[in-house]
Ligand binder design. Structure first.
Ligand SMILES: Cc1cc2nc3c(=O)[nH]c(=O)nc-3n(C[C@H](O)[C@H](O)[C@H](O)COP(=O)(O)OP(=O)(O)OC[C@H]3O[C@@H](n4cnc5c(N)ncnc54)[C@H](O)[C@@H]3O)c2cc1C
Length: 214
């Protein structure tokens, strides 16, 4: 597979360790797909495409090591090589879905929310308000999308605390009719799947993308 070269046009910082990178070039892919990023002398690393298919690429990055630091330092005009798209964590053809995102795990869901006309509910858990990516855009999503943001380490007038069975019952009342999508560290996925199974959600309605094993 050939490399694609992406040219950075904007780098926005959120909180102290998250960045949204916007590039000039579009890519064609399915919402939920990822690309592998290649910097010379560094290991290849996967990043979910947050943009809608066919629109200029956006990636969201949390700084944890060398590759994510290098991405976070990109300036307008800088280029990065990617391969892809790859992945099987794509939106199915069910009518109703629910996405559960912890922090930077919002990335693939942003693409799904931007691209699909399904009935979708987002539960997005962030530490504090500075960590909420695409807040204005999420607030102005269309009627088929219900956006629910919870803060785990700060107070505000909306939802607070980690996603629990009570959160699901309150904000996803038809949870037995929905397909759930979760991405992030394996421990988080396991906890959420156990919680959802406890509510009676069928295994067939649980989809996951493991970002790393913690
Ligand atoms: C399919 C897929 C899609 C992904 N999409 C995204 C994305 O859109 N945005 C994004 O920021 N990351 C994403 N990731 C995770 C990302 O690939 C890794 O964070 C990255 O490879 C780390 O590279 P590094 O060199 O910066 O750090 P490394 O040196 O590889 O890792 C440093 C340390 O951090 C741990 N670690 C790795 N990832 C994380 C993390 N996300 N949070 C906390 N600790 C971590 C590692 O276990 C290691 O101990 C995705 C992963 C997969 C598998």
């Amino acid at each position: 597979m050939e490399f694609n070269e992406l040219t950075c046009v904007r780098n926005e910082e959120y909180g102290h360790n998250q960045h949204v990178l916007s590039f000039k070039e579009p890519l064609s892919f399915e919402p939920g797909h990822y690309v592998t990023v290649f910097f010379e002398g560094m290991k290849p690393a996967p990043f979910s495409l947050a943009s809608a298919p066919g629109k200029p690429v956006q990636l969201a990055v949390e700084i944890v090591g060398a590759v994510t630091t290098k991405l976070s330092e990109m300036k307008p005009g800088d280029k990065v090589k990617v391969k892809g798209p790859f992945g099987r964590f794509v939106l199915g053809n069910e009518e109703k879905s629910c996405f559960i995102a912890g922090g930077i795990g919002i990335a693939p869901f942003m693409s799904m929310l931007r691209a699909s006309e399904h009935d979708m509910i987002l539960l997005y858990s962030c530490k504090d308000q500075n960590q909420i990516l695409w807040h204005d855009e999420l607030d102005s999503m269309t009627d088929n999308i219900s956006v629910n943001i919870t803060l785990t380490r700060a107070k505000w007038n909306h939802i607070t605390g980690r996603v629990s069975q009570e959160t699901i019952k309150k904000y996803v009342p038809d949870y037995l009719d929905r397909v759930f999508y979760v991405c992030g560290p394996l421990t988080m996925i396991n906890e959420l799947f156990e919680m959802l199974a406890g509510l009676g959600v069928s295994k067939d309605n649980l989809k996951r993308e493991v970002w790393y094993v913690q």
